[in-house]
Write a protein that binds this ligand. Structure first.
Ligand SMILES: [Zn+2]
Ligand SMILES: [Zn+2]
Length: 322
């Protein structure tokens, strides 16, 4: 067990710097071949995605999912622990979990788009109007708890090599960043199998025709097989994100999934919320006052191109029924 654990630590030591290299490559490709021109690095919502979703939330949820939920499940299964995959080579184990979990996530994602209740655990992911390499990190805590428990518990419970966990997490991170990256990828026939920004960026568009399309994450083949693929030739989205107002604050976004409220009105009404909500703006104001070169940190609005299509009613819209 000890050697397995140290192997997990060693794998993480390799995958972490590798992940940073992938980030650097994606950033260069986003600048060189942008899908949507003019999208800045310091775009609207970068702070929320980076600090709150990527660092704060994933750190806390990793502890909850692995050290509480999966730990308890593992102890409960205990002596009858299934060793179904124990004899398989690591590569086969990784391949097995990548494909089976991706199949599951296609159906759960599709279900989230059609259930008014579960839409509330997914709308945050669609709330960003500036979609780029980091935008995929914006996922409601409940969505992450459900999906990652279903993803990682079988790896432990089916007796797979523990090293599969960091390898799978690395593949998830790379693929997740790639499909959201603001890169004008034209992968031809490969897009029938491997999913990329070409189809997933459309999934983030505020266009009626994609509200129930392009649910695939890693393998686009699910969309083609189950009739939900949308891949227009020579056309790009004109509007992005949700067709209704959505809070910009991390905690506000989670509250909004339970009780609908107007964040702008709350800022005007509540002195306390105004003070809390303005912390980042005041901090940046002070910082850029001292060093004007840091002004891009504020981010800036990217105009939407036009209003070609009519937004459809989404399940559980702004004040819709649960
Ligand atoms: Zn979606
Ligand atoms: Zn997405």
């Amino acid at each position: 067990m000890f050697s397995n654990l140290s192997l997990v630590a060693l794998t993480t030591l390799i995958t972490t710097p590798l992940l940073l290299v992938v980030v650097a490559v994606l950033l260069v490709l986003e600048r060189k071949f942008p899908y949507r021109k003019g999208l800045p690095f310091f775009r609207d919502g970068l702070w929320v995605d980076l600090v709150w979703y990527t660092l704060f939330q994933s750190f806390l949820l990793k502890i909850l999912i692995f050290d509480v939920i999966i730990f308890a499940l593992d102890r409960w299964v205990g002596p009858v622990r299934w060793q179904l995959l124990a004899g398989w080579p690591v590569a086969a184990q990784v391949g097995f979990f990548v494909v089976t979990h991706d199949f599951y996530i296609y159906w759960f994602h599709r279900f989230q788009h059609s259930s008014a209740f579960f839409w509330r655990t997914h709308e945050a992911h669609h709330s960003g109007k500036h979609v780029d390499w980091l935008a995929g990190s914006r996922s409601h805590a409940v969505e992450i708890i459900i999906n990652q428990t279903i993803e990682f518990a079988p790896i432990i419970l089916l007796g797979a090599n523990p090293v599969v966990v960091p390898i799978k997490a690395f593949i998830d991170a790379v693929w997740g960043m790639y499909i959201h990256a603001n890169i004008d990828v034209k992968s031809g026939r490969l897009q029938y199998v491997i999913n990329g920004p070409e189809m997933h960026l459309w999934h983030h568009a505020d266009h009626e025709e994609v509200f129930y399309a392009n649910f695939s994450t890693k393998f686009a083949v699910w969309d083609w097989l189950f009739g939900t693929a949308y891949r227009p030739a020579n056309r790009k989205p004109e509007r992005w994100g949700l067709p209704y107002a959505f809070p910009k604050d991390y905690f506000g976004q989670h509250v909004f999934s339970v009780a609908r409220y107007d964040e702008t009105a709350l800022v005007q009404r509540s002195r306390w919320f105004r003070a809390y909500h303005g912390v980042r703006g005041r901090l940046l104001g002070w910082l850029t006052g001292k060093a004007p070169a840091l002004r891009p940190l504020h981010g800036w609005p990217v105009p939407e191109v036009g209003s070609g299509t009519v937004a459809a009613q989404r399940p559980g819209g702004n004040f819709g029924e649960m």
